[in-house]
Write a protein that binds this ligand. Structure first.
Ligand code: UN1
Length: 492
C-alpha cells in the first residue's frame, strides 16, 4: 500500500503536519488503497511558490516544445493504462470497463493538447489605418489552481492540466480527497516524462484548508474547478474578490426526452447507460426521462426489465454493471433522495434499497432505482442525486416535454429521442443545455470537442477542445505601424 506525499517542485514532500488519511475502496471498505496527506495551508503555499518559480522558464519554452512533453505523457499513459484503470476502479468504484474508457479519454485529451502546442494561433486583423499591422497573440496566464472531483479522477485532472501547461501556465492540482492515488500516478507519469520541476505540482487536502490557501495567494492567477455548486459558488466569489480568472463546472439534472416516434429500444439503452453507468455519479448522468404519454408504459416496461437485470458489485469483477457509491456520505444522500421520492408520491418501480447481503456487505451498494409518475416540482425532478436513480416524468406532447426539460436550475446536457429531424432541430434550438445529443445518451464527450453547461451548471468559459484555450490564455493585441514617418494618428 502506497503512502502518497505532496508533489512539489518535482519532489515528493511529506505534508508539514505529517498527517495522512486512508483512501478506502468503496466496493470493499476493508481495503485501504493508499494513504494521502491531509495538508495545511503552508503546503499549498510551498506548491504555489514552486509553480511561481517554474513559470518564467516554462512560459519562455516554445509552445511546440511544451506540446512534446504532452506527447511523452501520452505514451507513458498508454504504457500504464491498465494500472491507471485498476487504481481508478479500486478507489472510485466504477467498473473496469468504465475506468478503461476514462483512461482512454484522458489519453485522447493529452494527444489533442500536445498537438495544440503547434497550433496556439492568434489572428491578423486588417487595420483601418494604412501601413498598420494588427495581430493577436495567446499568452499564458501564470500559476493556476486546478481543483478536481472524485468521479473522474484521471480524466478531469488531465483535461485541465493538459491545456493549462500546453498554453505555458504552471499548475497546482488539488485532487479530491477520496481519490488521491489516481492523481499520484499522474504525478509519477509527468515525473517520468521529465516535466520541469514546478510545472505540475500536487497538494492533497481539504478544500477549506488547501483549496482556500491556493485561491487567496497573490501569485495565483486563475482557477479551474469541477465539483458541487455549493463549493463552486464560494470559489467564484473568492476569485471575483481577488480579481482572478475562474472556471466552474458544476451540477446537472440532465433529461432524456422521448417523443412518440422514438426508437424505444435505442432510448431504453440510452437511459440505462446514462442513468446507471458510473453508478449515476457523473454530472452528465441522465437523471430524468421525460416521456410522451403514448409511449410511456412501453418505455417503463422495457426499462424495468433492463434495470432489474443489472448486476451490482465490485467493479473489478467483470460481470459487474454497476459499482458502489463512492462513500458513506454519498450513499446516505442517495438513500435519502429515494425516501424523499417516496414521500413526494412518486411511484417506485424497482430498486430503492441498499444491498447488504454477503457479497455487498463491505461496500456502499444501492439497487438501481426507477421512479415513475414524477412531476416537475418534486425534489427528485429538481435536485442532483448523483446516484443510480432515474425519475420518469410523463408529459402529453413535445411542447410540454420541452417545458419540463427546461424547468430546472441546471443546463449541462440533454438527449432527444425522435426520428423526425424537424422536431429534433426545434428541440435543439429550445433546450437549455450546453451539450445536446440527438439519439445518443447524455453522457460522455470527445477529447477535442468543447464541454460544459449553461445556467447553474457552469460559469467561466467551456472546457476541452480549442475552446479551453480561451480560458487558459490571455489575449494580447498588437498594433504595429510601419509608416516610418510622422503622420496624424486616428483620434479615437
Ligand atoms: C462525462 O460524463 O463524460 O464531473 C464526463 C463530471 C463532469 C465530467 C463528466 N465534469 O461528471
Amino acid at each position: 500500500m502506497r503512502t502518497l506525499n505532496n508533489f512539489i517542485d518535482g519532489q515528493w514532500r511529506p505534508p508539514s503536519n505529517a498527517t495522512h488519511l486512508p483512501d478506502i475502496n468503496p466496493a470493499d471498505t476493508e481495503e485501504i488503497v493508499a494513504k494521502a496527506p491531509s495538508s495545511t495551508a503552508a503546503d499549498s503555499v510551498m506548491a504555489i511558490e514552486a509553480a511561481e518559480r517554474a513559470y518564467p522558464a516554462w512560459r519562455a519554452t516554445p509552445a511546440p516544445k511544451r506540446g512534446q512533453l504532452l506527447y511523452r505523457v501520452q505514451r507513458r499513459m498508454e504504457a500504464r493504462r491498465r494500472e491507471l484503470a485498476e487504481v481508478l476502479t479500486r478507489e472510485e468504484g466504477k467498473t473496469l470497463v468504465e475506468s478503461a474508457g476514462e483512461v482512454q479519454r484522458a489519453i485522447n485529451v493529452v494527444e489533442f493538447y500536445a498537438g495544440e502546442g503547434r497550433r496556439l494561433l492568434g489572428e491578423t486583423i486588417p487595420s483601418e489605418l494604412p501601413n498598420n499591422f494588427c495581430y493577436t497573440i495567446r499568452e499564458p496566464i501564470g500559476p493556476l489552481a486546478l481543483i478536481t472531483p472524485w468521479n473522474f479522477p484521471v480524466a478531469i485532472p488531465i483535461w485541465k492540466l493538459a491545456p493549462a501547461i500546453a498554453c505555458g501556465n504552471t499548475v497546482v492540482l488539488k485532487p479530491a480527497s477520496l481519490t488521491p492515488l489516481s492523481a499520484g500516478l499522474i504525478a509519477d507519469i509527468f515525473s517520468e516524462c521529465d516535466a520541469p520541476p514546478g510545472v505540475v505540482n500536487i497538494v492533497y487536502g481539504s478544500g477549506r484548508e488547501v483549496g482556500q490557501a491556493l485561491l487567496t495567494h497573490s501569485a495565483m492567477k486563475g482557477v479551474s474547478f469541477t465539483g458541487s455548486n455549493e463549493v463552486g459558488t464560494k470559489l467564484y466569489n473568492t476569485s471575483a474578490a481577488n480579481g482572478i480568472k475562474c472556471q466552474c463546472e458544476m451540477g446537472g439534472k440532465n433529461p432524456i426526452v422521448i417523443l412518440d416516434d422514438a426508437d424505444l429500444d435505442l432510448a431504453t439503452n440510452s437511459a440505462v447507460q446514462g442513468a446507471y453507468g458510473s453508478t449515476g455519479q457523473r454530472c452528465t448522468a441522465t437523471s430524468r426521462a421525460i416521456v410522451v404519454d403514448s409511449v410511456a408504459d412501453q418505455f417503463i416496461a422495457q426499462l424495468e426489465a433492463r434495470v432489474k437485470a443489472l448486476v451490482v458489485g465490485n467493479g473489478l469483477d467483470p460481470v459487474t454493471d454497476v459499482g458502489p457509491s463512492v462513500d458513506q456520505t454519498q450513499l446516505d444522500t442517495v438513500l435519502n433522495y429515494i425516501g424523499v421520492g417516496q414521500d413526494e408520491g412518486a411511484r417506485l418501480i424497482t430498486g430503492g434499497l441498499r444491498l447488504t447481503d454477503d457479497a455487498h456487505r463491505c461496500g456502499y451498494f444501492v439497487q438501481p432505482t426507477i421512479f415513475d409518475r414524477v412531476t416537475p416540482n418534486m425534489r427528485i425532478a429538481q435536485e442532483e442525486i448523483f446516484g443510480p436513480v432515474l425519475s420518469v416524468l410523463r408529459v402529453p406532447d413535445a411542447a410540454s416535454a420541452l417545458l419540463a426539460a427546461n424547468a430546472v436550475r441546471y443546463g449541462l446536457c440533454a438527449a432527444i429521442y425522435t426520428q423526425d429531424v424537424s422536431r429534433a432541430f426545434k428541440l435543439v434550438d429550445q433546450l437549455e443545455a450546453g451539450i445536446i445529443h440527438v439519439n445518443s445518451p447524455t453522457v460522455g464527450g470527445e477529447a477535442h470537442i468543447p464541454f460544459g453547461g449553461m445556467k447553474a451548471t457552469g460559469v467561466g468559459l467551456r472546457e476541452m477542445g480549442r475552446e479551453a484555450i480561451s480560458f487558459f490564455t490571455e489575449l494580447k493585441v498588437v498594433y504595429l505601424d510601419y509608416t516610418g514617418s510622422a503622420r496624424t494618428n486616428n483620434l479615437y
